[in-house]
Design a protein around this ligand. Structure first.
Ligand SMILES: [Zn+2]
Length: 452
């Protein structure tokens, strides 16, 4: 160890970090909390009764641990899913009197069709350039399908988030681009790394037209038939946008012994999509952040700086929780020593994506020695903030870390009805709790604040 590493991580602190790791790897606090959030409370979309119940529950559990808990008021959107059905009613070779069912789900923020649905011709494009080449003449009045393929090989090779980033542009921006050319509705191929004829929802920029995600299988079907001739669809999507409502970020402090004004944030987001129960996205992130504080209390360890647990609200539908925190706390960001978010699932942690200085990375090397026994030793420099809810903090200069999970199966289930508790392997969740708790406590306990 260098002298700076030795000064920052004296033997006593390293012993405490080992004890924290051992506690995390042998306890199911996080899993029990996750079971309650997902199975007893259920899906937690912004504005829902379940999101409100989850805020109350997490705040109560953190108070039980003896933390100082505040609820930070956040105005959140409230969008609720309605009917969602579609069928192809005209296509080459159709047997008289038949139609083909299309499995789909509305994207967040989608507007509604008439209750009885709309019927329109389908246009299938592979990318934005193809749509623009068609022009308004061939797009106006039609239902556009963006058939962008998800690069499964990238995901299988460990680059799942890169594959997601490429494909998700169509979910985010496609409906608006189609609407600007006069389309009456827009569909995207589900952004996912596995095909179980399961639609995957997600945020989409307000487009003023109904917008949905079809399954990969149904996107293929539509593309094949469209290549043969005219395809018409009956589409019914009846979601509703209700008035914005009040929700909360849950903020809970374990006060530091020497520098209570200096903060280390450990966090995940409490809201989820409505189709599943938000186990991997992102109940898991919330419960491992909770466990970081629970272990410190259980072992009677008091960090030098304040360990702040945050359960963010509204990551999925606009990020109002993160925006509100930024507005309310920007003047204190100089005292935010570091922020960690876990929002990439609950699979085996490989380490952290980091937006920190090279000197900070070097200083944290002794912590990797503690994490080494279960393999979470990667500190991967990231040009992007490693977590949506800590992005503004990161942009403001706060050192930011995102727990980096094995992402090979994450997008099989992400934003679908299959994001449920059974996808979380208890032993892997324990490893995530260990990674979060050890790194959180290290940042809160090292002698000097992590350099910027
Ligand atoms: Zn998430």
């Amino acid at each position: 160890m260098s002298q700076a590493q030795q000064e920052n991580f004296p033997p006593q602190l390293l012993t405490e970090l080992e004890a924290i790791k051992a506690a995390a790897l042998s306890d199911d606090y996080a899993y029990r909390q996750l079971a309650h959030l997902t199975e007893n409370i259920g899906p937690r979309p912004s504005g829902s009764a379940q999101a409100a119940a989850a805020v109350d529950y997490v705040a109560g559990e953190l108070r039980k641990l003896g933390l100082e808990v505040q609820l930070e008021e956040v105005k959140v959107p409230h969008w609720v899913r309605g009917a969602e059905t579609a069928e192809l009613v005209e296509y080459p070779g159709r047997a008289a009197g038949t139609s083909q069912k299309i499995v789909l789900t509305a994207l967040g923020g989608s507007t509604s069709t008439a209750a009885e649905g709309i019927v329109a011709d389908v246009v299938v494009v592979n990318n934005f350039d193809e749509l623009k080449a068609l022009g308004r003449d061939k797009v106006a009045g039609k239902i556009v399908l963006f058939n962008e393929l998800f690069d499964k090989q990238k995901a299988a090779a460990g680059l799942a988030f890169m594959a997601y980033g490429d494909a998700v542009r169509y979910r985010g921006a496609g409906p608006k681009v189609a609407a600007d050319l006069g389309a009456v509705a827009a569909l995207v191929r589900s952004v996912a790394s596995a095909d179980f004829r399961l639609p995957h929802t997600g945020w989409s920029a307000a487009a003023g037209i109904p917008a949905g995600a079809v399954t990969a299988e149904d996107a293929d079907l539509m593309a094949h038939l469209y290549a043969q001739g005219k395809v018409r669809m009956r589409l019914t999507l009846t979601p509703q946008k209700l008035p914005d409502t009040t929700s909360y970020n849950v903020i809970a402090d374990l006060k530091g012994s020497e520098h209570p004004e200096q903060l280390v944030v450990v966090s995940g987001h409490l809201d989820s999509w409505d189709l599943g129960t938000g186990a991997i996205d992102d109940g898991a992130g919330v419960v491992v952040a909770m466990e970081a504080a629970e272990i410190a209390q259980r072992l009677h360890l008091r960090p030098r700086r304040t360990l702040r647990v945050i359960a963010w609200i509204d990551e999925e539908t606009g990020g109002a929780g993160s925006q509100t925190y930024t507005k309310d706390h920007a003047s204190e960001f100089a005292n935010h020593v570091a922020a960690i978010e876990s929002d990439a699932g609950a699979a085996h942690p490989l380490g952290f994506d980091v937006k920190i200085s090279p000197r900070a990375t070097e200083l944290l090397r002794p912590v990797l020695g503690v994490l080494e026994s279960f393999g979470a030793t990667v500190l991967e420099p990231s040009i992007y903030p490693p977590g949506a809810d800590i992005a503004a903090m990161s942009e403001a200069g706060v050192p930011a870390l995102g727990v980096m999970q094995d992402g090979r199966t994450y997008f099989h289930y992400h934003h679908s009805a299959a994001d449920t508790l059974d996808k979380v392997v208890p032993a892997e969740l324990r490893e995530n709790a260990a990674a979060m708790a050890v790194m959180g406590y290290a940042l809160a306990g090292m002698k000097e604040p992590l350099p910027r």
